[in-house]
Design a protein. Structure first.
Lengths: 95, 495
């Protein structure tokens, strides 16, 4: 499999990572070699094999429907890049 | 004395020959002297550590101490530690102070361990050499031109240099065992679900496993006793009866303490691509296990050669999802210059993440993207099942599986940074343990021609930690590889 520069830019957009024109060739070359490694796996016959999504065959536990978390907004917001009046600030999204 | 294993230190503390304040002070001085050469620690806090040591001494005096009370420890910087900077080795979290602590951090604190600092690591635990850290590479104490392994390389180097008797690590594809091997210490990856992942900054959630690094298997057992346990805050934490992982170690040994133990040797682990010195050291270890009474049997692990390709689909896929949270809004780095919200995300992540983290997010994003899910992620999960089934068949014939932890001893700094695939192949013997979720340990078993340590891996079936630790302990009672200390560091200390 060979990726094109457009593929890289498409994936980078999905991942919300800016990749400059200078970087794209190096990224593409390294991703190509990683996908060459991955490709070896695709030759195995896995017809009818149940996917293994987890190491243990356990079902997700349920808990009582009660409040367990206390309000720690100030503590959590103390590490935020920008807050005001208890709200996280982001660049304007609506004109 | 202060560089002794936990079991010996605990004895000295209990008999009042040594206080935790004395021990902690001595090790903090040692860290001050040696860390500039190793870069193993990212953060230290002398005042806080001495406060905890004082409290530990009081607890020892009051007679309600545990075997870990007063023993200094360091935590890998991927583990949230309340009030401490927790950076994950990343610019993204350069100034992030954890608002709460990870489960394993809490448990070791409750046991009375003294936290001296946070250890350096590959950025977001992605790497096998501890070179991808934003804060510079960790150096191997046996030779500072070489890597210590990774991603828990700060922890392994700190234990190897005897800066701390114990450190925590996390293992997603070998990140406890491989650095333990390359640094010449012991590292245990428990069964997935035995140690809660609460507060472990997630890389690949179905694979991430916290565990201990220490000088001996016995110390790993003591640490696991405190680190294991059910935690409702991690939905994958297992609710099992409490287990004493050191129980078998206390049984009388005799000349054949491992009589009846069947050790499997997978032919896949002894083929091409293994360094001759590594093969010789592992072969000699095998002979030692036979002397201790174990029998050996050849086994086969079908598809285990596909573990690395499978891992490089599953781990990046999960990472791309987990690391989506680093967007410059709630915590961490935010790009100073940006246009709109989307541009803020993109520039923040471009600046905050290093090259290897970005690569893995991109690979993961691709394999999960529309039209590719079945061909990659689903396929990888199916091959993961085939690999796990192969291990189950092998465990029908043997109790433990023995082999090298890594194909070579440590390599030079910079030797593999230009080629990610070469770096990935370092984990060829360790990733399967993460895919299956079963436990494994790496212990020192020799040195290569450059005087660098070689690691031996013992893998076992689910919940076989006790068996693994006992086999490793009996080997260590009969050998002294684990007692060797880096000469360069010893000289430095004497100066």
């Amino acid at each position: 499999m060979a990726l094109y520069s457009e593929d890289i830019q498409r994936i980078a957009h999905l991942a919300r990572i800016e990749i400059t024109a200078d970087e794209v060739v190096d990224v593409r070359t390294k991703l190509d070699s990683i996908f060459d490694l991955i490709e070896r796996m695709r030759a195995v016959d896995t017809n009818g094999i149940v996917p293994m999504s987890h190491a243990q065959e356990v079902t997700l536990p349920l808990r009582e429907d009660v409040v367990t978390e206390t309000n720690r907004r100030e503590l959590y917001q103390s590490v935020a890049p920008a807050v005001q009046d208890g709200l996280y600030l982001v660049p304007k999204v609506i004109e | 004395m202060v560089t002794a294993p936990i079991a010996e230190l605990a004895h000295a503390l209990a008999s009042k020959r040594l206080s935790s304040v004395e021990l902690t002070t001595a090790l903090l001085d040692r860290i001050d002297a040696l860390n500039p050469r190793l870069n193993a620690f990212l953060a230290r806090d002398r005042k806080r550590a001495l406060g905890e040591a004082k409290a530990a001494d009081a607890r020892l005096a009051a007679g309600n101490a545990t075997p870990l009370t007063g023993i200094p420890v360091a935590h890998k910087d991927v583990l949230m530690t309340a009030g401490w900077k927790t950076t994950c080795g990343s610019r993204m979290l350069e100034n992030f102070v954890a608002p709460y602590s990870a489960f394993v951090v809490e448990r070791l604190a409750e046991a009375g361990m003294v936290l001296v600092g946070k250890t350096n690591m590959d950025e977001f635990a992605m790497g096998s050499s501890s070179e991808t850290s934003y804060f510079g590479p960790v150096k191997n104490p046996w030779n500072v031109d070489y890597v210590p392994g990774g991603s828990s390389g700060g922890s392994s180097a700190a234990v190897a240099a005897r800066l701390v008797p114990a450190a925590t690590g996390t293992d997603t594809g070998g990140s406890i065992r491989q650095p333990a091997a390359l640094s010449g210490v012991c590292g245990l990856k428990p069964t997935y679900g035995v140690c809660s992942r609460y507060g472990l900054i997630a890389f690949a959630s179905s694979l991430d496993t916290p565990g201990p690094l220490a000088q001996t298997a016995e110390d790993c057992a003591l640490l696991l006793n405190a680190m294991a346990g059910h935690d409702p805050r991690d939905s994958t934490s297992l609710d099992r009866p409490r287990e004493d992982y050191a129980r078998l170690l206390r049984a009388p040994g005799g000349t054949k303490p491992l009589a009846g133990l069947r050790i499997g040797m997978p032919k896949e682990y002894f083929g091409d691509g293994i360094d001759a010195d590594v093969a010789a050291a592992v072969g000699a270890a095998l002979a030692e296990f036979r002397k201790l009474g174990a029998t050996t049997i050849e086994v086969t692990l079908p598809n285990v050669d596909l573990s690395v390709p499978v891992y490089y689909v599953i781990a990046p896929a999960e990472a791309s999802s987990n690391l989506a949270r680093f967007d410059g809004v709630r915590y961490g780095h935010r790009a100073a210059k940006h246009d709109d919200l989307s541009d803020m995300y993109k520039k923040t992540r471009a600046e905050g993440f290093g090259a290897e983290v970005k690569r893995r997010i991109l690979v993961g994003t691709y394999v999960l993207s529309h039209g590719y899910y079945d061909a990659y992620y689903l396929k990888a999960q199916q091959v993961r099942r085939l690999i796990a089934d192969g291990f189950q068949r092998a465990y029908g014939q043997c109790d433990l599986i023995l082999g090298p932890t890594a194909p070579t001893a440590a390599f030079k700094l910079g030797a593999k940074t230009a080629d990610p695939v070469q770096m990935y192949l370092n984990d060829i013997f360790t990733v399967a343990g993460n895919l299956t979720g079963a436990p494994a340990i790496s212990i020192p078993c020799g040195f290569d021609r450059n005087g660098l340590p070689i690691g031996l891996q013992l893998q076992g079936n689910y919940f076989a930690e006790g068996l693994i630790l006992n086999a490793a302990h009996r080997f260590q009672q009969a050998t002294d590889w684990h007692r060797r200390e880096p000469a360069a560091i010893a000289l430095e200390t004497a100066r």
